[in-house]
Each structure stands twice: as C-alpha cells, then as structure tokens.
Design a protein around this ligand. Structure first.
Ligand SMILES: [Zn+2]
Length: 157
C-alpha cells in the first residue's frame, strides 16, 4: 500500500495529564490483569491510562515518568510495558524492527504508521475489511489480524 497523506496537526497527549487516574482505578486494573500492584507499576499504569487511548513508546513513557517525578529506569519501563502487554492491559504494535508502540486501546483496530513523522494513528476496525485470508495451518486458528498501513507525507507538497 502506498498512500500519501498530509498531517495537519499533532495529537496533544500532554495537555490532559493533570486529570490523574484515581489510584483505586489503577489498582483495580492491575488486579484484574493479575499483576501485583508494585509502586512502579501503579505509577506507570496511571500515567498510561489517564489520558484516554494513545500510543506510547518506552522512551516517551520514560520521559513522562521523569517529568512526573517518578524514579524509574528505561529498562524497567520497557519490562513493565511488556508485562502489561502480556497481561492484556496494552497491545503492542511493532512498526519497525526494534521499534514498538504500546497501545492503550486493546479493542480490535488497525493503524496508519507515518514513515515521515513516526506517528501512529488508529484505523477503526470497521473502516477496513480483509478478504482472501488463507486457511491457517492445520491445528491453528487466526487469533487476530493487525494491519499497519504505511504512509508518508507527500514530498511534492
Ligand atoms: Zn491504536
């Protein structure tokens, strides 16, 4: 797929950060996911889930944690994001080798990934239909289909 689009604005994730997720809600989300609510997990789940649906990298979340005065290493943020993903709190979208976004929207949906800006945007599941999927190998079933539509800004603009 070779689509070119114009991005006219950037999402503002930071501007709603002062609406803190109550600790009780964060605790409940961790418990429902079967994760022990350590102080670092609680702090990170609050940062992640207080701003609505969004996509973060380990680096951006680490930066947010630093800005919020949460003392945590990048390696811990990375490991915690993977634990949250395994527990079903997040979904991982690997956009390039070694580059993942973690998505707080765990419902079925797809993504536009802009190769120029590095931005990931949701495509609602009902906006895209997939046909002609091959039969999965014997003894397996399709668990889900994730589509990343790669786009770039129009260089002729
Ligand atoms: Zn998404």
């Amino acid at each position: 797929m070779n689509a070119a689009v114009y991005f006219t604005g950037a999402y503002c994730y930071i501007c709603v950060m002062n609406k803190a997720l109550p600790t009780s809600t964060a605790l409940q989300r961790l418990r429902e996911a079967g994760l022990r609510p350590t102080r670092q997990r609680l702090a990170l789940v609050r940062l992640l889930l207080e701003s609505g649906d969004r996509h973060v990298t380990a680096e951006t979340l680490h930066g947010e944690a630093m800005a919020a005065g949460i003392k945590v290493s990048l390696a811990t943020v990375y490991n915690t994001l993977h634990q949250f993903t395994e527990a079903g709190l997040l979904r991982e979208a690997v956009v390039e080798p070694g580059r993942s976004y973690f998505d707080t929207n765990t419902a079925d949906h797809h993504h536009f990934f802009c190769e120029t800006t590095g931005e990931l945007r949701d495509i609602p599941a009902h906006h895209l239909s997939v046909s002609g999927l091959p039969e999965p190998p014997a003894g397996t079933e399709i668990s889900r289909v994730d589509i990343i539509v790669r786009i770039r800004t129009d260089s002729a603009a």
